[in-house]
Design a protein. Structure first.
Length: 474
C-alpha cells in the first residue's frame, strides 16, 4: 500500500509560530495533530498528486461524502434535518439527498457548494456560526468531483453542470473571535452529543496562585481569556496557546461574573464593590449600584443581550454581615441603558438562605435566560420578552447543590457548574452527563479562543480547558 502524505485542507496555511501540538498524544480524543494544530480528521485531505489507497493507485485523491458528512452535521442539519426547520427546502440527512435536483435545475450538492462559499446568501445563514475556510474548501472540492460517495465511486454524469455558475474559490480569511455576534435563531442540537466528540479536559492552572477561580470570559479586544479570582481581588489574563498567566486587574473589588457588551467593553460584577461596572479604556465606571435607592448587596454574575440589556444576579456573598445588606432579598435584575434614561427592573427575588440566584446566561437566540440557584441546586428558565423583561419562570432541572456559573453552546446545549462537575443538558432538558477529566466541582464554564472552540472550566484552585467540536455562544 502506497504511503499517503496528509495536509490541512485549507485555502492557504503557513508556519505556526505557536503550535498547539507536536504529536497525537497532545490532542484531545478524536483529534489529530496536523501542521502544529489539533484538528478533526474530517478537515484533512490527502495532498494532491500523492498516491493513496482511495485514488485507484495513481491519481489525485479527492474529497468524498465521508469528508463532507461531518461538515453537514455541524453546519447544515440544524435546519436541513428530517423534518426540516427554519424554512430549509430540503433535508440533508444522507448522501442520497445531495444528489437530487433542486432550485434552478441545480443538483443539491452544487447548491451546497455555491451557498457555503457565498458572501451574499451564505449557508449556514449569517446569523449562525459560519463554515470555516477549511470546511468550504472540502465541500467545493467534493462538488467539483461530482460529489463522490464514501466509496469514492464517481457519480453518473447526469445533468451537466451549468458552466456559467462556478462556485467561488476565495472563501476569505478564517474568522477570528471578534465582538459579540448578533443574536440569531438557535441551532437545533440535531444528532450530535457534545460529549461524544469531546476529549478529557486538561488542567492549565493550579493552586499555586489560585484561591477561588470563579468567573471567566473571552476578551476579544486583547485576544485573551480573563479569569476572576474574587478572594485575591484579581482578574488574571491568559493568551492561548501557552496560557501564561498575568495580572489584568488588581484591586478588582472582588470581581466575579464578566461579559462583553455590544461595543466590546468588558462588563463585570463586583462582589465587594456592590455594583455592575464597565471597563472603558483602563477605567471602570459604574453602570448600576442601587435599586430604588438601596445599594445592591453583592452582584455575582452577568449576561449582556446583543442590544445592550444587562441581566445580573444579586447575592449576599460579598456582604456576609446581614447588617450591611440594604436590600432584604436576593434577586435577578434587568437593566436597560438608553441615551436618555436607564431602567433597573427587579425580575425575581428569593429569601436569604432559601433561594440564591447565582449564575445567569442567555440562550443562543436570546429568548431564554438560564439562572442557577446556589442554595437549592435548581436551574431556572425565564422567557425573555422583546422589551427585555423576564416572564414565565420554570424549573428546568435540579442537581446537588451548590450550583454556580454556566455556559451555552451554539446548538443550545447548557453546561452547568455544579458540586459534581460540569453537567451538560440539551435545550429540551435531557441530561447528557458531565465533562470528562475534571477533578471535583466546577464553579464556572466559559468558551473562548479562536472561534470559541475551547471550553474553560473553573474548579476553585484549578482551571481546565478542552477543545470542542460545537463552538460556544459569543
Amino acid at each position: 500500500m502506497a504511503a499517503s502524505l496528509w495536509v490541512l485542507a485549507s485555502l492557504g496555511s503557513g508556519c505556526r509560530l505557536n503550535p498547539d501540538c507536536f504529536g497525537e498524544n497532545e490532542c484531545a480524543k478524536g483529534l489529530v495533530c496536523a501542521q502544529g494544530e489539533c484538528t478533526h480528521p474530517s478537515l484533512l485531505l490527502p495532498e494532491a498528486g500523492v498516491d493513496g489507497e482511495n485514488d485507484g493507485g495513481g491519481g489525485t485523491t479527492t474529497a468524498t461524502w465521508c469528508d463532507v458528512e461531518p461538515i453537514v452535521l455541524r453546519r447544515c442539519l440544524p435546519c436541513h434535518n428530517n423534518p426540516t426547520s427554519n424554512g430549509a427546502p430540503v433535508s440533508l440527512v444522507d448522501y442520497a439527498n445531495t444528489q437530487m435536483t433542486g432550485t434552478g435545475g441545480l443538483l443539491t450538492y452544487e447548491t451546497m457548494a455555491l451557498r457555503m462559499g457565498s458572501s451574499v446568501s451564505p449557508m449556514p445563514p449569517a446569523v449562525a456560526p459560519p463554515a470555516t475556510a477549511e470546511e468550504i474548501a472540502i465541500v467545493q472540492a467534493w462538488a467539483d468531483a461530482n460529489a463522490p460517495d464514501c466509496a469514492n465511486r464517481p457519480r453518473d454524469a447526469g445533468v451537466p453542470r451549468d458552466a456559467g455558475v462556478e462556485p467561488p474559490r476565495d472563501a476569505g480569511p478564517p474568522r477570528d473571535a471578534g465582538p459579540p455576534r448578533d443574536a440569531g435563531p438557535m441551532r437545533d442540537a440535531g444528532p450530535i452529543d457534545p460529549l461524544s466528540v469531546m476529549g478529557n479536559a486538561a488542567q492549565i492552572a493550579q493552586m499555586q496562585f489560585l484561591d477561588n477561580a470563579a468567573g471567566a470570559v473571552w476578551y476579544p479586544t486583547d485576544q485573551v481569556m480573563l479569569f476572576a479570582d474574587p478572594p485575591q481581588n484579581l482578574i488574571f489574563q491568559a493568551a492561548p496557546p501557552l496560557f501564561e498567566f498575568a495580572n489584568f486587574r488588581t484591586g478588582s473589588m472582588s470581581s466575579n461574573g464578566m461579559d462583553i457588551d455590544p461595543d466590546g467593553n468588558l462588563i463585570v460584577t463586583e462582589l465587594t464593590g456592590r455594583r455592575i461596572a464597565r471597563r472603558e479604556g483602563v477605567v471602570y465606571t459604574t453602570v448600576v449600584d442601587n435599586y430604588q435607592g438601596m445599594r445592591l448587596n453583592s452582584p455575582n454574575d452577568v449576561a449582556v443581550r446583543s442590544d445592550g440589556v444587562i441581566y445580573f444576579t444579586d447575592t449576599p456573598f460579598g456582604t456576609p454581615n446581614p447588617a450591611d445588606r440594604e436590600i432584604p432579598f436576593n434577586g435577578v435584575y434587568s437593566y436597560v441603558p438608553t441615551a436618555t434614561t436607564a431602567a433597573l427592573r427587579l425580575e425575581y427575588q428569593g429569601a436569604f438562605n432559601a433561594s440564591t440566584p447565582t449564575g445567569c446566561e442567555l440562550s443562543p437566540n436570546e429568548d431564554i435566560l438560564y439562572v442557577t440557584d446556589f442554595s437549592n441546586g435548581a436551574f431556572y428558565t425565564f422567557d425573555v420578552l422583546p422589551n427585555g423583561r423576564l416572564a414565565n419562570q420554570q424549573t428546568f432541572a435540579n442537581e446537588p447543590p451548590p450550583v454556580d456559573g454556566l455556559a451555552v453552546d451554539a446548538f443550545g446545549n447548557i453546561y452547568f457548574g455544579t458540586s459534581i462537575g460540569a453537567v451538560v443538558y440539551t435545550p429540551e432538558g435531557v441530561r447528557l452527563g458531565t465533562v470528562p477529566g475534571v477533578n471535583g466541582g466546577v464553579n464556572r464554564v466559559a468558551f473562548g479562543g479562536d472561534g470559541y472552540t475551547t471550553m474553560f472550566l473553573m474548579s476553585s484552585t484549578r482551571i481546565y480547558s478542552v477543545r470542542v467540536e460545537i463552538e460556544g455562544v459569543r
